[in-house]
Design a protein around this ligand. Structure first.
Ligand code: HEM
Ligand SMILES: [Cu+2]
Length: 537
């Protein structure tokens, strides 16, 4: 197996060969496509972040600052952009695209042209959404609940069409990944030698393929109702608004696992490599991804406990929801057991992985509160729910993403980032996150509803704390943006394997050549065999 320890500055890699912007826009290289996804989704993260800061600014004081309509648009654009244009696509489409072929020892994904097409389909859908923002935005909330979403005069048609189009990108990417994993693994790379990131990507891809069509159909029905006045959801013309909620959550609950599973996959990689120890319970961690994917399809009704669905449905959905805690806890316990007596290095990727472990656990446990029927009646539509899903989506997925971004940055760009600044930024992000969202649990428990632009004066203190936290988060991300940018030009050249990883992406140069490996690697051991006869390093 070729082993290029140090890259010379002038070395040829996927980044500089071939040259020219056209070679990027029409590339079939999974690494370049992944990189283009990364750039785009990061831009959306920034835009969504600005809307978040505006929302928190409104809530700094109990009295209104912006008009109610403006506020409605701000939280809708924040939620819709973050969910559909950032957190659902980013890990699979950017990091998954980049690292799936590398980690199985392949030259590319199974269908490179389809991969590029998926990217442009995503851009097409995103453009529709951006157009909607330019035309004044949408005010329905990211959930587009009927009957309001049928009546609103804002650009709901465009946004839902955008979601429809972006859905195709997600489905096709999932399909591509499933086929790639089945067909293109290097000799010796059995399923049980696959890195856990790929098990997570595989489980995610199954959800992408099976669940996304449902949101596609739902948005089409909504648009048909808005444009052609066919009564699907509006009771005034014979429709059923609760039906919309069923359709919406039948996709959107599995979608929360499209968000979290890839983050869990990254955490499995990082915790193992930074503990220099075999992962505890490899198969349990791998299969629990599939179990989570399966269970995610049968719990959607937990978003609808107070919608008037039958008591029996409530009972069953409550019970089924609690089941998710089992495979989830299996993962958390196995990660913790991996840390036990490991030789732990607290590099930035590990700090983010530990943040994930801590924050995601809080998010998951508060999910169980919400899954308990009597408790949810009190907490539904309060800030408690907002805090819960930010602990899982930001405390979980975003921390996992940042772990992955720091872990793989040297591989992707061939440069190191400045470790001290990365740790400073981590401090701001971690503390800022908790200052922003911990008070929201308390606000919710005290009864503060979500989506209101003015509130009772006795909620002011906790809200101010939360807004200050959002500024700390902003500072943390600005520092991160700055050192990443700096590193692209000035960072030290990265060795092929800076962290001592055992998976295949570390066995090729940093950044990798276009064809990934000069010779197809042959795999003779599992991905984390520290202390045993190692693969390479
Ligand atoms: C241990 C696992 C989890 C359980 C038991 C759980 C349970 C729940 C329940 C019962 C609700 C509904 C609360 C209500 O509206 O009254 C809820 C809301 C939500 N959860 Fe979770 N959850 C879990 C994990 C996750 C994960 C991993 C994510 C995302 C990565 C997530 C994202 C959300 C979102 C986005 C909402 C609210 C959506 C909205 O109304 O805008 N949850 N969760
Ligand atoms: Cu759910």
């Amino acid at each position: 197996m070729s082993q290029e320890e140090y890259r010379m500055p002038e070395a040829v890699s996927y980044l500089n060969s071939p040259k020219g912007w056209k070679s990027w826009l029409f590339t079939l290289d999974h690494k370049r496509i992944g990189m283009m996804y990364l750039l785009l989704t990061m831009v959306f993260f920034a835009v969504g972040g600005i809307f978040a800061l505006l929302v928190r600014y409104e809530l700094l004081t109990p009295a209104p600052t912006f008009a109610a309509n403006t506020y409605n648009k701000m939280f809708t654009m924040h939620g819709a952009i973050m969910v559909f244009m950032f957190i659902i696509p980013i890990i699979p489409a950017a990091l998954g695209n980049f690292f799936l072929p590398l980690q199985i020892g392949a030259k590319d994904v199974a269908f490179p042209r389809l991969n590029l097409a998926s990217y442009y389909i995503f851009i097409g859908g995103a453009l529709l959404a951006v157009l909607a923002i330019l035309l004044g935005g949408v005010d329905t909330g990211w959930t587009f609940y009927t009957p309001y979403s049928i009546k609103t005069a804002t650009a709901a048609t465009l946004v839902t069409l955008g979601v429809f189009v972006m859905g195709f990108s997600s489905i096709l990417t999932g399909l591509n990944f499933i086929v790639t994993i089945h067909k293109l693994r290097a000799p010796g790379m059995t399923f049980h030698r696959m890195p856990l990131f790929l098990w997570a990507i595989y489980a995610t891809a199954i959800i992408q393929v099976l669940a996304t069509p449902v949101i596609g159909i739902t948005t089409v029905l909504l648009v048909m109702e808005r444009v052609l006045h066919i009564g699907f959801f509006d009771p005034a013309i014979g429709g059923d608004p609760v039906l919309f909620q069923h359709f919406f959550w039948f996709y959107s609950h599995p979608a929360v696992y499209i968000m979290i599973l890839p983050g869990m996959g990254i955490v499995s990689e990082v915790i193992t490599v930074f503990s220099r120890k075999q992962i505890f319970g490899y198969r349990a961690v791998a299969y629990s991804s599939l179990a989570i994917a399966f269970i995610s399809f049968i719990v959607w009704g937990h978003h609808m406990f107070v919608s008037g669905q039958s008591e029996l449905a409530n009972l069953l959905f409550s019970l089924l929801t609690m089941l998710v805690a089992i495979p989830t806890a299996i993962k958390v316990v196995n990660w913790t057991a991996t840390l036990y007596r490991g030789s732990i290095r607290l590099g930035t990727p590990m700090l983010y992985a530990l943040a994930f472990l801590f924050l995601f656990t809080i998010g998951g446990l508060t999910g169980l509160f919400l899954a308990a029927l009597s408790v949810d009646v009190h907490l539904h539509d309060t800030y408690f729910v907002v805090a819960h899903f930010h602990y899982v989506m930001m405390g979980g997925t975003v921390m996992g993403l940042l772990a992955g971004l720091h872990y793989w940055w040297p591989k992707m760009f061939g440069r190191m980032y400045p470790e001290t600044w990365a740790k400073v930024s981590w401090g701001f992000v971690f503390v800022g996150f908790n200052v922003t969202f911990l008070p929201q649990f308390m606000l919710g428990r005290l009864g503060m509803p979500r989506r209101y632009h003015e509130y009772a004066p006795h909620f002011a203190g906790l809200n101010q704390l939360s807004t200050v936290g959002s500024w700390m988060l902003g500072v943390g991300f600005l520092i991160m943006f700055t050192y990443f940018l700096w590193s692209l030009k000035r960072g030290a050249f990265a060795p092929a394997n800076p962290w001592g990883g055992k998976t295949l992406e570390w066995q090729t140069a940093s950044p990798p050549p276009t064809e990934n490996f000069h010779q197809t690697p042959t795999v003779t051991a599992g991905p984390y065999e520290y202390g045993l006869k190692a693969m390479g390093t």
